[in-house]
Every structure is written in C-alpha cells, then in structure tokens.
Design a protein around this ligand. Sequence first.
Ligand code: NAD
Length: 459
Amino acid sequence: MIVVENLVGGKFVTTDEAFDDISPLDNSIIAKIPRTKSADDAVFAAKHAFGEWSQLTIEQRCDWLDKIADTLESNIDEVARLESLDTGKPFDVALNVDASRSVNNFRFFAEYGRSLKSEKFEMSDATNYVMRKPIGIVGLISPWNLPLYLLSWKIAPALLMGNVVIAKPSEITPLTAHFLGRLCTEIGLPGGVLNILNGYGPEIGQAIVEHPEIKAISFTGGTSTGKIVAATAAPMFKKLSLELGGKNASLVLDDADLDVAVPGVLRASFLNSGQICLCGSRVLVHSSIYDEFMSMYLEALKDFEIGPVINMQHREKVLSYIELAKQEGGEILAGGNVPSKEGAWIEPTVIAGLSHESRTATEEIFGPVVTIHKFETDEEAIEIANCTQYGLAGSVWSKERGRTVAEKIESGMVWVNTWLHRDLRVPFGGVKDSGVGREGGMWSIGFFSEAVNICVMED
Ligand code: NAD
C-alpha cells in the first residue's frame, strides 16, 4: 500500500484524515491520500523560498529543469508503472504518452528558457525594455486523465519564470505527482519551490484558488469546475488560465486517404479510453466513402487495446450516455456492453444514426464512446463540427482541402491528416466553453510572468 504525502517546504507531511486511491483495473485500494483542507503551510513555505528562487538567473533555473528531466528520465519505467497503476491505462500508453511527455515538458522549457531573447522596442528618442518578472506563488490544478503530463506542463514553465509552486494533482490519481516530489527532494531542489498538496477539489483545490497570497491559477479540468474556479479567482484579480472540456470532431472528407485516416481517426477516438480532452468523439464522414470507411474503422477497432475508464462512478456516467443514445434513436455499431470482470471496464462503443444536435453528440462524455455522422458537403461538415458549446480541438482528413476546412473550425487547435502531433512551442487551448487563455512556448512564458515595460529616454 502506497502512502501519499504532501510536499511542503521540502518535507513530506501528512494529515489526520486520509482517503482511498482505488485501482480502476479491479477496484482494489492502492494508496492512501491525505485529505488536506488548508494551503496555509504550503503558502508559508513557498513565500520563504520565493526570494532565493526568483533571484537565480534564468540559466540556473533551466539547469534545474534539466536536472528534473534527468531524474524523471532515469526513473521513466517507474513513472509509467505508477501512472498505469493509478489510471488503469496500458503500460505502453503510460510510458510513451504520459511518462515520456512529462520528461519532454521539463526538457523543452529548459531549452526554451535558454533561447529567450530580451525584448526591446526602439522609439526615435527612447528605448522600451520588457522585463519578465515572476508572479510569486502560483497554484496549479490538474485532472486525472494525463496526471503527470498535464501537471508537468504547468510546473516547468512556472518554475522557469521564477515562480514558486503549489501543485494539486487530481485526488483520483496522485501517485506520479508524489513520485515527482520525491525525485525533486532527492536531487536537492530547494524546499518550498515545489509544494504538492493532495485532497478533494472542493476542499484543498478551492482553498488554493481562494488563497489571497496565491497570485495566479492555472487550471485544467472540467468546464463546470472551471466556472467555479473563475468565479472565485476573478474578483481577486488573479491571473487565470483555464483549460477545460471538449467535444471534438474528426472530419473525414471525400478525398481522404483512408489508409491514413482510419488508424488516425481510430486513435483519436479511443486512445486513453477516449479520456483525452483532445479526443475526437464525433466522427464526421462524407457519404461517398461512408461504407468503406466504416467497415475499415470497425475492423481496425477489434485490435485496438484500451484500459478501463478511471473509476466506477465515471463508468456509470459513460453508460448513462449509451442509454441516452439508445433513447435518442442511436444504433450501436460496436461495443455498448460491460465486460464481465472487476474494475471500471467498458467496451469501446460506436454509435450511428443520431442527430448531430442530440445530447449524446454534443455533450462531453469523456470515455470510449464515439458518435458517427454522415455529411454531403464540406460546409455541412463544418457546421456539424461547430455545433457544440465546446471549441478545443479537431482533425481534418483530406488530401487537398484539409487546411481550408481546418481554418473554419471554431476550436483552438486543428490537426490535418494527423492527431496529437505536438510541437510544444505552439499555442494550446480552447475557445468557447473549452477555456480561456493559451499554454505552450511563449504563451506559457507570458502567463507565468508579469511583463513590465521600462521606457528609457535618450539624452
Ligand atoms: P474536474 O474539473 O473534476 O477536476 C479537475 C481538478 O480540479 C482536480 O484536481 C479537482 O480536484 C479540482 N477541483 C475540483 N473542484 C475544485 C474547486 N472547487 N476548486 C479548485 N479545484 C477543484 O475534472 P476531471 O474530472 O479531473 O478531468 C476531466 C475533465 O478535464 C474533462 O472535462 C476534460 O475535458 C478536462 N480536461 C481538459 C484538458 C485541456 O487541456 N483543455 C486536458 C485534460 C482534461
């Protein structure tokens, strides 16, 4: 049994109350998690650490990020094992997506920091110098679907810019953040620079968001939680980044190369059991290639390995949408059932015949459930893609018209003939109810710093 502890001021501490971390594979208890309710001690420790950390040169902080990347990389199998244990995802997915991308996040921001140039704007009689000052203590809150990957995506740029961090992993998947904390103390990261608090969202998450000394909140999670976070943080004028839910479309145009599109769309549908905010849970297929696409897609689905969903409660939610789909007139083309074994398993499910405006086709399910929709023209496909409240991501599969169609999709990111192909320099984030702000490269640097202009008049 793993005992998860909080990391506060470089020390591991626990709380009087704890709760269980349950394996989605078989519902066994795998860890005890502290039920933290106050952020005060972590704020005290972070405040103490801020002076020295913010005074380091950016090169020194880049060296620290590299050291964190090094230690994570040397322990990459353990990171993947813990992530797989906590989320139930296959070890290979945990290794090749979660663990390796977590290493990359630290590595990327170390290199990015070294490449930052001083910004200045010349006038005829003066020069403007832009300084990027750290904000101070920042609160980083993350979900359970890609636990360390998403948390490290925030920790790395926050530390790079001289901030001190209070991180809160999801209460459903705390293991890898805890492990990262251990590794950081082993390599001697100064105490208080990275603090990790565990517990329930409405308790410690809320306490972090409303703490007056935490000056910025970077939150990734559901849209309804995002609303609560925004309502708490906005009147305090905190910097706020919100990466929220999605209901993304994969558009397969009539000129798509099906040998590329079928495996690509399938991966976008079911990777991580459909529990990636970027997953394409609505598949839009041109009528002229519909039969061929569907027969290839359903055939390939038979060999696609997925894990369970995150827990029994979430499985209930996913199953309720499959029931709703039947009531809404959907036809189940594959899956729809629960395998007869312990744990939060559910078959990958493909549903056709629903209106693109149905609840099943417009609300975020966040599981291995995909709806299929037929269209006749590019304009119709674009209209269907845009008909949800969300606007996070999407993909277009076409030999000739991918970019033209992609530009008309109302979302923060669109891939053409690929999916989840990530360059960490580019803006990442959503429009509409999928969020506010962008992360990645320059956007993360901007969020995790205060840009100050010094205008110097020439003699
Ligand atoms: P969630 O909103 O339930 O929880 C996210 C985090 O917020 C958790 O750490 C939780 O403890 C915390 N939290 C809950 N209530 C809080 C409060 N009042 N104040 C502060 N923190 C609080 O989301 P989830 O179920 O963990 O994750 C799934 C959701 O995340 C999906 O909607 C998915 O689309 C979204 N997501 C978005 C992105 C993105 O980049 N846009 C990435 C991954 C997941």
